[in-house]
Design a binder for this molecule. Sequence first.
Ligand SMILES: Nc1ncnc2c1ncn2[C@@H]1O[C@H](COP(=O)(O)OP(=O)(O)OP(=O)(O)O)[C@@H](O)[C@H]1O
Ligand SMILES: [Mg+2]
Length: 245
Amino acid sequence: MILEIKDLHVSLEDKEIIKGLNLKINEGEVHVIMGPNGSGKSTLAKSIMGHPHVHITSGDILVDGKSIRELKTDERAKLGLFLQFQNPVEVEGVGFINFLHAAKQSMGDESSTKDFMKGIKDNISNLKMGENFIGRSLNQGFSGGEKKKAEILQMAVLKPKMSILDEPDSGLDIDAIKVVSENVNKFLEGDKARSLLIITHYSRILSFIKPDFVHVMVNGKVVAEGKEELIEKLEREGYDSYLKE
Ligand SMILES: Nc1ncnc2c1ncn2[C@@H]1O[C@H](COP(=O)(O)OP(=O)(O)OP(=O)(O)O)[C@@H](O)[C@H]1O
Ligand SMILES: [Mg+2]
């Protein structure tokens, strides 16, 4: 899948948050977006997924050359787009495993619950999530780190072509960052066409998951682009020089 964002302008309740953003992610590429709090990173992720609060005022989002502006979220998911939320919601009364199975079925999977369970057991143990998730409601009472792992499990199960991870490392303990990174890397290795966009504030996860391209987002725009060396520069100098411009 090729994801292309062209001169995108997005408003939230009449306030312009994204102000002419361009980005292109080719098949098999790993991209990172870093940037100060409030610069619009999560809004961008939600725009790609078609979140109902997001209002695109101009510009376009293309998947393999076709606009997805008019598509609903589930239609975008069927194309192979996936978003891990920065703050996953708790859903009472919806069993975690049932939810995963239903999501997989909506993508055309026909396996029985029993076979599905067998399949995800490995994923659950690779993520070191422990068996106690199996009987619980989606995200209900999950700790911050457990919610993040649950979303990585979703990615592993749904096998999207383009995954957007919004701060997959926030709230993860030192070991969990490694576990999550290993699982993300294994997922990417499973099919070389899979692409990834990671939004993060910290370089640590990027020492495990190697990005091909790094973008700096400030005030609704991409203000700098580069490769890994840009991460070190940001760690050293922060965002000051970009904020003054
Ligand atoms: N419903 C809304 N109405 C108006 N402004 C909003 C609304 N929701 C979010 N915003 C504002 O949009 C801006 C961008 O928010 P966003 O969550 O995209 O930032 P972010 O770059 O992901 O920040 P962080 O790094 O803290 O996660 C913020 O200033 C936020 O307060
Ligand atoms: Mg955010």
